[in-house]
Design a protein around this ligand. Structure first.
Ligand SMILES: [Zn+2]
Length: 115
């Protein structure tokens, strides 16, 4: 997580805390619907913090990939695409939208004879 992500996460947590405090005030002194609304609104920045964390993980994985070995003349984007294709399963997995595997694929689960 870089410093901008940390700054955004801090803002999100602060916003979530203020919305939670507003929800408490609405539950005590305001209408119930307003308390429920601020409770739901307070969860949204929490989701944003999780999203920032996921983006940080993806950036870290890309940085590791970019720092890794590449073929001569291969650009970073090419290395990323090559690694993504390499991480994918077999050809049948691609064409069956991830529902089936080639007979020789290591990820193929044995079919049950009970069906
Ligand atoms: Zn497969």
């Amino acid at each position: 997580m870089n410093r901008y992500s940390r700054f955004l996460s801090t803002l999100y947590v602060l916003t979530s805390g203020l919305l939670a405090w507003t929800a408490v005030l609405q539950y005590r002194y305001g209408p119930l619907w307003a308390g429920l609304l601020f409770t739901a609104a307070g969860l949204v920045p929490t989701v944003a913090v999780v999203r920032e964390s996921v983006i940080g993980d993806q950036e870290r994985a890309l940085a590791e990939l970019a720092a890794g070995p590449r073929r001569p003349g291969e650009r970073v984007a090419d290395a990323i695409v090559h690694a993504e294709f390499g991480a994918a399963c077999c050809e049948r997995w691609w064409t069956s939208l991830g529902t089936d595997h080639d007979a020789a694929c290591a990820h193929r689960a044995p079919r049950s004879s009970a069906a």
